[in-house]
Ligand binder design. Structure first.
Ligand SMILES: [Zn+2]
Length: 257
């Protein structure tokens, strides 16, 4: 095994050879290969895991390039998931990469059961509810991330241990979009970095709380807000997985909020 590649992180006392070997057995599903998801995909690849599964139906546009650092001019009009897969295989051939140039919908929720963790690189609440229901159903942790304007946020969701996304959100609402509100080009990268750190700690069984962390990249402020488990939660308490139903299959972009 190509352990020399990881020598600079193996010397870290929080990682070490045993934990590196653990990471190299892990599989991660990344939903959304935009600024946060594609940067996270590259960092997971360099961190060293067994397998990455990438899902995104979008193609690369020139307006993406100020922040989506995995892509360049030669990639315009190509699928993000497929392009990311090609690049990741060159960065670290030791990591298996699978991709789907499709919208992650309820028909793809089974993928969650084949991985150890899901990383959310999406920009809409509907997809997050599908991820949340699937992760609760299959007992898999996921990392929620979001990046817009000067701000980003992230949170761990660990079934049975932390609050879930539905504990503090009842229905999808339309979120501000990057094309309207803009996004500072450092924000997705900052949030991807923290999100990958959080994922790594979850995968290595370090103690994690269910707080949501807000980062203002312009003022450098970081705020942590405790999110308690909601004992009336539709998802993690009542186990009503409505976002895994047929109406959330084949949704394309049509009902994504
Ligand atoms: Zn919940």
């Amino acid at each position: 095994m190509e352990m020399i590649r990881y020598s600079r992180q193996i010397v870290l006392k929080y990682i070490g050879e045993d934990n590196q070997r653990k990471l190299l057995e892990k599989s991660i599903l990344i939903v959304g290969l935009g600024g946060t998801g594609s940067t996270a995909a590259e960092m997971f690849s360099r961190l060293g895991v067994k397998k990455l599964i990438l899902v995104d139906r979008d193609k690369i546009e020139i307006t993406n390039l100020h922040r989506q650092i995995l892509y360049g001019m030669d990639d315009l009009k190509k699928y993000k998931a497929e392009t990311a897969a090609e690049k990741l295989r060159k960065i670290n051939p030791g990591v298996q990469v699978e991709f789907y140039n499709e919208t992650f919908d309820s028909s793809m929720a089974w993928l969650v059961n084949s991985v150890d963790l899901v990383f959310d690189g999406t920009d809409n609440m509907t997809t997050r509810f599908i991820i949340n229901d699937a992760c609760d159903k299959y007992g898999k942790p996921w990392v929620f991330t979001s990046a817009i304007e000067m701000y980003g946020e992230f949170k761990a969701v660990i079934p049975g241990k932390t609050s879930c996304y539905a504990c503090f959100n009842s229905e999808p609402t339309e979120l501000p979009a990057c094309e309207v509100s803009g996004v500072l080009n450092t924000v997705p990268t900052i949030i991807a970095s923290y999100g990958v750190n959080l994922a790594m700690k979850i995968l290595l069984d370090y103690k994690i709380d269910g707080s949501i962390y807000f980062i203002d990249a312009f003022s450098f402020e970081i705020n942590r807000i405790d999110i308690e488990r909601n004992n009336k939660c539709r998802c993690c308490h009542e186990k009503d997985y409505k976002y895994l139903g047929k109406e959330y299959s084949g949704i394309g972009k049509s009902i994504l909020l």
